[in-house]
Design a protein around this ligand. Structure first.
Ligand SMILES: [Zn+2]
Length: 279
């Protein structure tokens, strides 16, 4: 959300969150797709990230922050708490143009995941565009599962809500969900992913693979409503707002909700890649 001119640190699941999603997804890729993804990424001429799948899952944030601000809106869909309307939040879902990577700046994550999945699956797509489609998908499926990337209280997805976590640390509600709760799961993305994969049952996987970006956005939105925004903040962005302390039980509930969202994002990312690259 730093495309809105806000300080970073609040840039979507922090880099650890995206690495966890990619590591979970890797577990569920078919061997063919696993190899294909690694081969495609190894050939990436871009130097913004290393070329392994976990590093590339953070590429889209780096890309946006290095002179491609026109992709900033693609990282979220601000469904308003007081007027939940997916289409309006998605700039009325514009047509993408011939290349999704060149699509209009006013577009949202729900449309972009669909567009990039279509491109990745289409053998007629150029190799360069397919690589971009893969890299955007590695990141956007994660972002869509951060509840505050699919909900807004006229507060820039929680970026305008300062929290008091005790001590000198300054964090806002959005950044808390991006990084603080994720770090509470552990500081090694690979081991956090392994622990989360261990909790996923075949039934969970089958359930989570249903639906698509619009229903995944609706799910994130409802978690924002029932978990993230129970912080009791007022709508809007006002300067010098007093920091809010977390209510009792908030942190534990947030941590568990974030863990399940990371699991779902990993399973769904794998399903999209398996579909697009090994139909
Ligand atoms: Zn992002």
């Amino acid at each position: 959300m730093c495309a809105l001119g806000l300080p970073t640190g609040a840039a979507a699941w922090g880099s650890e969150g995206h690495q966890i999603v990619a590591a979970i997804a890797r577990h569920y890729l078919t061997p063919k797709v696993h190899n294909k993804v690694d081969r495609m990424l190894a050939a990436d001429p871009d130097t913004l990230t290393a070329h392994d799948m976990l590093s590339e899952a953070n590429w889209a944030d780096r890309y946006r922050n290095s002179g491609h601000g026109q992709t900033g809106n693609w990282h979220f869909v601000d469904i308003e708490l007081d007027h939940p309307d997916l289409k309006a939040a998605c700039f009325n879902m514009p047509a993408s143009g011939p290349l999704a990577s060149q699509g209009p700046a006013r577009d949202c994550i729900v449309s972009k995941i669909r567009e990039f999945t279509r491109e990745l699956a289409d053998p007629a797509t150029t190799a360069a565009e397919r690589l971009l489609a893969l890299k955007f998908l590695l990141h956007f499926v994660g972002d869509l599962h951060q509840p505050l990337h699919a909900a807004d209280n006229h507060d820039k997805g929680g970026n305008c809500v300062p929290l008091n976590l005790g001590g000198p640390r300054q964090v806002n509600l959005h950044g808390y969900w991006d990084t603080v709760v994720v770090r509470e799961l552990g500081d090694n993305a690979q081991s956090v992913a392994a622990a989360l994969v261990g909790r996923i049952t075949p039934g969970d996987k089958a359930d989570w693979e249903k639906g698509g970006p619009p229903s995944w956005a609706a799910e994130s939105y409802s978690i924002a409503l029932t978990t993230a925004y129970t912080i009791g903040s007022k709508p809007g962005c006002v300067p010098d707002r007093a920091p809010i302390s977390l209510p009792p039980g908030y942190d534990a509930a947030a941590r568990e909700a974030a863990a399940v969202q990371l699991e779902k994002a990993g399973v769904r990312l794998a399903a999209l890649l398996n579909y697009a690259l090994d139909p």
